[in-house]
Design a protein around this ligand. Structure first.
Ligand code: FAD
Length: 390
C-alpha cells in the first residue's frame, strides 16, 4: 500500500514514493543523494502543521524528527544550536536550565523548529520579529546533495535560507539567538469590539505582547496581554484570568479544533482598516463564518521572503472549521488583504502564485537567485512550490 501523509488539519494529503526518517545527519545526506540519483523530488516535513500544501508531493518526503534536541549552547552569546526536528515545546526546559529562552513564540509550540522558521512563524509584539529573525546559522543539504553551513558570514544565504519553505535545502540544524530567560505575566479579558479598536494603540503599547481574537459568536474580543515580570511564579494560576509563569509555558495554547487558516501580514498602519473590512465581510456576506479572527503585531525584518520584510506589520488571520466550505470566504478575504498590501503567511491558505508574489515581496527576485544557486535542478520543487516560484 502506498505511503500516506496528511497534515494536522487534514485538508492536505499525499502519497509520497517514500517517507524517510533519517537517524542522523549522514543518513539524511545519503537519503537526499539517493533521491537525486533517482530523479525524485524531495520535500522536508516538520510537524505537518501548515495549512498550505507545502509538504505534499509524490517523491521523497523527509522528516527530521530524529535530528532532535539542543546540541550546544553558547551561554555568553546567548545562542543555541538545535536539531532541525526539535519541537518548540522541547526547547523551554533545556534552555531555561542554561538561563535562556526564545524572545517570542506563536500560539502553539508543537511545530518542528525547522518547519516553524521555514514559514516565518511568529508571535505578537511590535518590537519582536518572527522566529526566522532569531536564526543565526543553518546547516543544510543543498540540491546537489552537499552539506553547507550558513551564518552571519554569508548574509545573503542567511536572509534567503531563514524563510524558504524547504526550497533552499533540507535543514539539519539551526542556531538561534536567544534572550535571558524571563517570566511572563498574562492577563486575559473580553471586551466589546469598538472599545478594543478605540484603544488599540494604547493596548499594543501597554505590554510587550498584545493580541486579540474577535469572535463572531459573542461579538466580543478575547484579549491577551503578556508582559515580562520579575514577580515570582504565581501559584494561583489562571485565577481571574491572570497568571505568572516561565515564558515558554505562557505563550502556547492548545488547539484541538481542526481548522483551516489564512493569515496576512499588512503594513501596521493598515491593520485597523483591514480588520474592519474583514469584520464587515463576516457580518454582511459570510455571516455563517464560525471561527475567530486574530489580530497581532510583528516587527519589520530584512529576510527576503518574510511577510514582514521592510515594514512593521499587523497580522490578521481568519479561521474556519476544516469540514466547512471555507473557500468562498477565504477568497473574498484574500481580496481585502491584497488590497491592503497584504503578504500571505506561507504556512497558511492563499491562492497567490509567482507573478503576484513577485509584486508583493521586494526580495522575491533576490531570493529566487539564491534558491537557484542552492538548488539549480529544482529537486526541492513540487508542483505547488513551482506555482509559488514560477
Ligand atoms: C493550530 C495551529 C496554530 C498555529 N499558530 C501559529 C502562530 O501562532 N504563528 C504562526 O506564524 N504560525 C502559526 N501556525 C502555522 C505554523 O506555525 C506553520 O505552518 C509552521 O510552518 C508549521 O511547522 P511544522 O513543523 O508543522 O512544519 P510543516 O508544516 O511540516 O512544514 C512547513 C514548511 O517547512 C519546511 N520544512 C520542515 N522541516 C524542514 C527542514 N528540516 N528543512 C527544510 N525545510 C523544512 C517544509 O518543507 C514546509 O515548507 C499555526 C498552525 C496551526 C495548525
Amino acid at each position: 500500500m502506498a505511503n500516506r501523509w496528511t497534515n494536522w488539519a487534514g485538508n492536505v494529503e499525499c502519497a509520497p514514493q517514500a517517507i524517510a526518517v533519517p537517524r542522523d545527519e549522514a543518513d539524511a545526506i545519503a537519503t537526499v543523494r539517493a533521491a537525486i540519483r533517482e530523479g525524485l523530488t524531495i520535500r522536508a516535513t516538520g510537524a505537518g502543521h501548515s495549512h498550505a500544501p507545502l509538504c505534499a508531493h509524490d517523491g521523497v518526503l523527509i522528516s527530521l524528527d530524529r535530528l532532535s534536541g539542543v546540541r550546544s549552547v553558547d551561554v555568553e552569546r546567548g545562542r543555541a544550536t538545535i536539531g532541525a526536528g526539535t519541537r518548540i515545546a522541547a526547547l523551554g526546559e533545556p534552555l531555561l536550565a542554561r538561563g535562556l529562552a526564545l524572545a517570542n513564540q506563536g500560539d502553539i509550540d508543537v511545530q518542528a523548529l525547522a518547519g516553524a522558521i521555514s514559514t516565518g512563524t511568529h508571535g505578537t509584539g511590535p518590537s519582536l520579529g518572527s522566529l526566522s529573525t532569531m536564526v543565526r546559522g543553518l546547516r543544510l543539504i543543498d540540491g546537489r546533495g552537499d552539506l553547507i553551513d550558513i551564518d552571519e558570514n554569508t548574509p545573503a544565504l542567511l536572509r534567503a535560507g531563514s524563510v524558504a519553505m524547504g526550497s533552499a535545502g533540507v535543514i539539519l540544524r539551526v542556531t538561534l539567538q536567544l534572550v535571558p530567560a524571563y517570566r511572563l505575566h498574562e492577563r486575559l479579558w473580553s471586551a466589546p469590539l469598538e472599545q478594543t479598536m478605540d484603544r488599540l494603540d494604547v493596548l499594543i503599547a501597554a505590554t510587550r505582547h498584545f493580541e486579540f481574537f474577535w469572535r463572531p459568536d459573542t461579538g466580543l474580543c478575547d484579549c491577551k496581554a503578556l508582559h515580562p515580570t520579575n514577580l515570582p511564579l504565581d501559584p494561583m494560576t489562571h485565577l481571574d484570568g491572570q497568571r505568572i509563569d516561565h515564558s515558554y509555558r505562557v505563550f502556547p495554547s492548545v488547539r484541538q479544533v481542526k481548522h483551516v487558516e489564512s493569515e496576512w501580514s499588512v503594513p501596521a498602519e493598515n491593520g485597523p482598516d483591514c480588520f474592519r473590512e474583514i469584520h464587515a465581510l463576516m457580518t454582511t456576506k459570510h455571516t455563517d463564518a464560525r471561527m475567530a479572527v486574530e489580530y497581532r503585531t510583528v516587527a519589520e525584518d530584512n529576510l527576503l521572503l518574510s511577510p514582514n520584510y521592510g515594514r512593521p506589520s499587523v497580522t490578521i488571520s481568519i479561521h474556519e472549521f476544516v469540514d466547512r466550505d471555507w473557500l468562498p470566504y477565504f477568497t473574498d478575504a484574500q481580496a481585502i488583504f491584497v488590497n491592503h498590501g497584504g503578504r500571505p503567511h506561507w504556512g497558511k491558505w492563499h491562492s497567490l502564485r509567482a507573478l503576484d508574489l513577485a509584486n508583493l515581496y521586494p526580495g522575491f527576485n533576490a531570493f529566487q537567485a539564491t534558491r537557484r544557486s542552492l538548488d539549480p535542478d529544482g529537486v526541492f520543487l513540487s508542483p505547488y512550490m513551482r506555482g509559488l516560484f514560477g
